[in-house]
Design a binder for this molecule. Structure first.
Ligand SMILES: [Zn+2]
Length: 174
């Protein structure tokens, strides 16, 4: 029997990040969407527009990839509790305060997620914040590019607005 107090054992339990099976993950997110960072959370409160579906998940892992934010839990296999695509995010905010802890708020058109982190992971939280800003910037640029396209009048393939020649059929489009 360990000499650790119950309080200490409980806090170890809550601080130990749940493990994630990487093979399971590859299946979930595919090879073309690398994981940028993983940070253990205290909780994730999911508030959809329909408040009745409000839900809270505890002791999860937040994973940031190049395309999405995942809230995961590892039980017998990886469980995806939240899958937020970066291009659906309308607003986000990182907040770090002494008494209120480390908090990330993510707003999408139909929901809001509030994710709390333990002070122990302050360094990871800060790294997450940096990577998040970077990847959101890329996502925004990509979606602008995506919007600025048109269809080739000869072959119908979608091409960037700045094109002079169609990348598919090679005909001059302007
Ligand atoms: Zn064409």
């Amino acid at each position: 029997m360990s000499k650790k107090s119950i309080g200490k054992r409980l806090s170890d339990f809550f601080l130990a990040p749940p493990e994630i099976d990487l093979e399971d993950l590859k299946e979930l997110i595919g090879e073309d969407d690398p994981v940028l960072i993983k940070v253990p959370t205290i909780s994730c409160t999911h508030k959809p527009r329909a408040w009745i579906d409000r839900n809270a998940f505890f002791r999860t892992i937040l994973m940031l990839t190049t395309k999405r934010v995942l809230i995961l839990k590892n039980s017998s296999r990886v469980n995806v509790l939240r899958d937020i695509e970066l291009d659906t995010i309308t607003n986000h905010k990182f907040a770090s305060t002494k008494n209120k802890g480390l908090k990330l708020e993510i707003k999408t058109v139909d929901a809001e997620d509030v994710i709390m982190f333990h002070q122990q992971y302050k360094k990871e939280f800060e790294e997450l914040s940096r990577k998040f800003e970077e990847v959101m910037k890329t996502t925004l640029e990509l979606s602008i590019e995506e919007r600025e396209t048109f269809f080739c009048m000869y072959c119908g393939v979608k091409i960037p607005a700045a094109s002079v020649f169609c990348s598919s059929c090679g005909k001059k489009v302007r």
